[in-house]
Design a protein around this ligand. Sequence first.
Ligand SMILES: *Cc1c(COP(=O)(O)O)cnc(C)c1O
Length: 314
Amino acid sequence: MDAQISEPVAVLSRTDCIQVHGREFFVKRDDLIDPLLSGNKARKLYRLMQAESGQYKAITSYGGTQSNAMLSIAALCHQKGWQFHYTSKPVPDYLRRNPTGNLKMALELGMQLHEVAHDEYNDAVLALKSIRDASTLFVPQGGADPIAQQGIEQLAEEIRQWRQANGIERLYVVTPSGTGTTACYLAIALADAEVLTTPAVGEKDYLLTQMRCLGEVPANLNILDNSKKHHFAKPYRELLATYQELISAGIEFDLIYGALMWHTLFQHIDRFEGTILYVHSGGLIGNETMLARYRHKRMLNSPGNYSSLSSDHA
Ligand SMILES: *Cc1c(COP(=O)(O)O)cnc(C)c1O
């Protein structure tokens, strides 16, 4: 597609400018697309948002019970009048007694949760994948599916228009990775920009393996390493500090992917001369449970009584 001749697209999110860590950054505010269906999940589910309600009766998926993808699919199904069947490992007791964050919201949106014992989970997922029924759509964990490509292309087109309108030459586009679907499709769609990402789940090799499930990993995709290993969705002082630094600069990011991406980016920042556009990947509703865990670990002072909390954000 040639940006010069393509029709202007309707823009789903605006672009802001922030000063943080002694530098100027632009932020594509995909977090503002919709309170529930926001960030890269709004982009990845874009094609389904455009679908007729009559096209499906139900969506099935699986994964962690605080997953951002889970909440977004629940919001989509609620809008479309589709059932949403979600398979997970058993919900921890404290969470069952008092659902919070993404789980609470998804249940309120009508998600039907199917808990499966740990040793039966893999078989249950295989069974889900093998359902052959045209009215039921299976969405892989985290929305890692070619269906995501169309919405990411729309995002890329919005970035191209913004870049052209502002005469930006050297452009770096930054976004964090779980499955790598967003970063990979974004790099494919923006061949004349460099996409920077970092793995929030596992390490670089695992991310590359995930991306290869979607196709060839593009050469303009640069996977940055953090100097310290961070386990997925665990509290870390330096990530909380980065989150707070960004709040002071005027924008809230999620504490799992966003805080890690910025923390990693700051470590490498001197290498990148040009304009940096960070694509906000949403996930703010999950901050409720993450902040509770920071308080529980006494890394954050605030009133509130939190019982044992653990992580299930995948
Ligand atoms: C899901 C998610 C990601 C990861 O997206 P992938 O396309 O799976 O790499 C990043 N940030 C947030 C906030 C997310 O919810």
